[in-house]
Design a protein around this ligand. Structure first.
Ligand code: ADE
Ligand code: SF4
Length: 363
């Protein structure tokens, strides 16, 4: 902990650095709580660069709480396609409905009402209250957690039990009268200077208060989490009827819930790709494959696993009878109306490219 005088110097240096060096980002130019809320949800687990185009597009489609609350979930998920962690989009949508139904369409300004909304954890609640309403709540996100751990030379993994130590420390540094700028400045320092790798300690405005810098331990803090990335192999059946492809909706619970995909699934141990394909198609569509032909293989890395998708063009012994709520025949131009996981998007891109080549060949 710093004494009062050092705390004042710390705040002055940090805020001054921010004024000189911060990036102009759209959510920093507004005090509209809806826009700030959307930005904070998008920025969870996603970089600023990746968020920017989604953010602009989202605000065009859903400019306010009311518009979002009335939009169909499929449209909302489609606007989120590629950002990952789709639960975030569903919670935005659900919270917009609650705000419309129970708060006259106005985003609440007190901590408890706001935190009660779907998707509002302590971080998002404090961020919206601070950035939109200038209320005196410090925020603790991954960036700030890293900076604080380095300041205090806490050689541990970034885990919840560390937050217990960090919260009083953060409160002692916090500048309640400049809540919004202080929080943005801390986030920005973590993003631009006190980066996860290669922090720019020589340019750091708070270097003299940093214990890790004095001990030369900044690069190892926080200690790495052991992350096991699982490898997943799956097969997909690309089933075409006239100009349309068969797609199906994933269940509403679990991984990538409510997104669309091609029929297929994981390969079980001991199975060949073709055996897995035949088993999955039979299970999902209730009919046998007549003939299959390899089309393409794509890989995609998600946070916890890396999938390899092998797609086969299939013909079926008979046309399946399917529930239109969960299964659709769609033209390639219609793919854009359905949200897909990023791995499937790569397969769709392949189909589009192939269609263009086939056209040029006059097939
Ligand atoms: N990450 C989380 N919140 C952010 C913000 N307001 N600006 C930049 N990066 C962020
Ligand atoms: Fe981070 Fe280095 Fe600044 Fe310490 S001196 S806060 S490690 S950038």
């Amino acid at each position: 902990m710093l004494n009062r005088q050092d705390t004042a110097v710390f705040q002055r240096q940090l805020l001054h650095w921010y004024q000189e060096h911060h990036r102009k980002l759209p959510w920093r130019e507004t005090r509209d709580p809806y826009k700030i809320w959307v930005s904070e949800i998008m920025l969870q687990q996603t970089t600023v660069q990746a968020v920017l185009p989604y953010y602009q597009k989202w605000l065009k489609r859903f400019p306010d709480v009311q518009t979002l609350s009335q939009a169909p979930l499929q449209k909302v998920l489609k606007a989120w396609e590629g950002l990952g962690y789709y639960q975030r989009a569903k919670n935005l949508h659900r919270a917009a409905k609650v705000i419309t139904d129970r708060h006259q369409g106005i985003i609440p300004q007190d901590f408890l009402s706001l935190k009660a909304l779907p998707g509002f954890g302590p971080y998002t609640t404090a961020a919206v209250l601070s950035f939109a309403f200038h209320k005196p709540y410090p925020v603790l996100d991954g960036n700030i957690r890293r900076v604080l751990m380095r300041l205090e030379n806490i050689k541990q993994k970034a885990k919840p039990s560390v937050d217990k130590t960090l919260k009083p420390f953060l409160s002692s540094l916090f500048a309640p009268k400049n809540s919004s700028v202080f929080n943005q400045a801390f986030i920005e320092l973590g993003a631009l200077i006190c980066r996860p790798q290669n922090p720019s300690c020589l340019l750091c405005p708070i270097q003299r208060f940093c214990l890790a810098f004095h001990h030369g331990t900044q690069e190892i803090i926080p200690l790495p989490k052991k992350m096991v990335t699982q490898k997943v192999n799956a097969v997909l059946g690309i089933i075409k009827h006239q100009d349309c492809y068969l797609i199906q909706k994933r269940p509403s619970q679990g991984l990538m819930a409510d997104l669309w995909e091609f029929p297929g699934g994981k390969i079980k141990s001991g199975e060949t790709l073709e055996q897995a394909l035949r088993r999955e198609i039979k299970e999902e569509l209730g009919t046998n494959i007549d003939h299959e032909r390899f089309l393409t293989q794509v890989t995609h890395s998600y946070t916890r696993f890396r999938v390899t998708l092998t797609a086969f063009a299939c013909t079926l012994e008979k046309k399946p009878s399917l529930n239109p709520r969960t299964h659709r025949w769609v033209k390639p131009q219609e793919f854009q109306n359905f949200p897909f996981p990023s791995g499937s998007v790569k397969v769709i891109q392949y189909l589009r490219d192939k269609q263009n080549i086939d056209k040029e060949d006059g097939k």
